[in-house]
Design a protein around this ligand. Structure first.
Ligand code: NAD
Ligand code: TDX
Length: 331
């Protein structure tokens, strides 16, 4: 099987490539990645001789078309992925997350190639903190940020291409991932690398916002479950019952790294900050049999802390610029 993985030099994509080579050693994997600030070739260094790597833009028809033509399956991870960046400049979000998906859909339509679309629970907007309800596949789309609006738009493009043109596609909407190779602009690795540098963690607002955490390897195993057992045209929500407030997460990081759990700072809130995400993954579990392997968040977090401690060469080059950018926003 020839698989085209877009965004394979990013956090989830790099883990997906590695897991795929492990689980399916006969698969031929090509990665298409633009190597933006978020793409890092060293994330694939140990598997470089087992994949084809193409540097290019998913929004470029001339790049995408021949790669899709020679594939049996496209798994699309490439995106501008950070909410805070989308508040500063939405331009690349519209270009990559919408125009890029349009180009991929046109190519899989032309060449009749199976397509799996990676999306986020943020397309549904947010839930109240005290609401027992969780997102289901029937929850209406109500995105809050430029990032989540472009992801919502891309999901709708996929649905239209399935219905109008018979494209063989599935969609998965996952909750917040953590694990190795996550960019240090994101919440958990930012706080871990801050603490390595002796800097107190930064919580937006009062730290009450809730995210539903899943280990990146459980996300990727669920993606394979949907590719293999999901129904064409369907949407599957991926989550591992991991709801925690940001304050709870920071306290755990502090404890695991040997600090006092109160050693954090409250900083300026994110404009339009979604209050809570929570996933009901019943459809995924029932139709594909998937279950998460990383059921203990604290031990998964301890693994992630160990990874960032051991891979300072991977994140150090970006640390100063990331923190300078946050500081300019009072964060
Ligand atoms: P990331 O920012 O770490 O990686 C994105 C990758 O895409 C990078 O390697 C980057 O170079 C590449 N890329 C960006 N623009 C491109 C373009 N125009 N053409 C080709 N490549 C391009 O992101 P991530 O956290 O790994 O997220 C991957 C996907 O998963 C995204 O679609 C995101 O919306 C989705 N998702 C992420 C999470 C999460 O918690 N991180 C949760 C649910 C869904
Ligand atoms: O320093 C911080 N302090 C803080 O309190 C940072 C960077 C974040 N936060 C908060 C904001 C969120 O409530 O932590 C939470 C998580 O923040 P992010 O890591 O930026 O993730 P989020 O905005 O929830 O989006 C993530 O999950 C869904 C991914 O970045 C998206 O790509 C994915 O779609």
């Amino acid at each position: 099987m020839k698989i085209l993985v877009t965004g394979g030099a990013g956090f989830i994509g790099a883990n997906f490539v590695r897991q795929t080579l492990e689980m399916r050693p006969a698969a031929a994997v090509t990665v298409l990645d633009k190597l933006t600030y978020a793409g890092n070739l060293t994330s694939l260094a140990d598997v470089a001789d087992r994949i084809d790597f193409v540097t290019g833009d998913v929004a470029d028809r001339d790049v995408v078309d021949p790669l899709v033509a020679e594939s049996d399956l496209v798994v699309h991870f490439a995106a501008e992925s950070h909410n805070d960046n989308s508040l500063e400049d939405p331009t690349p979000f519209v270009q990559t997350n919408l125009v890029g998906v349009f180009q991929l859909l046109e190519a899989v339509r032309r060449h009749k190639v199976r397509y799996h679309h990676i999306s986020t629970d943020e397309v549904f907007g947010d839930l109240a903190l005290d609401d027992p309800a969780r997102f289901t596949p029937a929850t209406p789309y109500n995105p809050s940020s430029p990032y989540s609006a472009t992801k919502a738009g891309s999901d709708l493009l996929v649905r239209a291409w399935v219905r109008s043109f018979g494209v063989a596609a599935t969609i998965s909407n996952c909750s917040n991932n953590y694990g190795p190779y996550q960019h240090i602009e994101k919440f958990i690795p930012r706080q871990i690398t801050n603490l390595i540098d002796g800097i107190r963690p930064k919580l937006y607002g009062a730290g009450r916002n809730v995210r539903d955490w899943i280990h990146v390897c459980d996300h990727n195993r669920a993606v394979w479950a949907v590719i293999e057992a999901g129904r064409i045209g369907e949407t599957y929500l991926i989550g591992a019952d991991g709801e925690l407030s940001n304050k709870q997460v920071v306290e755990m990081i502090l404890e695991e790294m040997g600090w006092d759990p109160h050693d954090f700072d409250l900083v300026a809130d994110r404009p339009g900050h979604d209050l809570r995400y929570g996933i009901d993954a019943a459809k995924l579990r029932e139709e594909t049999g998937w279950t998460p392997v990383f059921s203990d968040f604290r031990s998964g977090l301890a693994d992630a802390i160990a990874w960032y401690r051991a891979h300072e060469d991977w994140w150090r080059p970006q640390k100063q610029a990331v923190e300078a950018r946050y500081a300019s926003h009072g964060q």
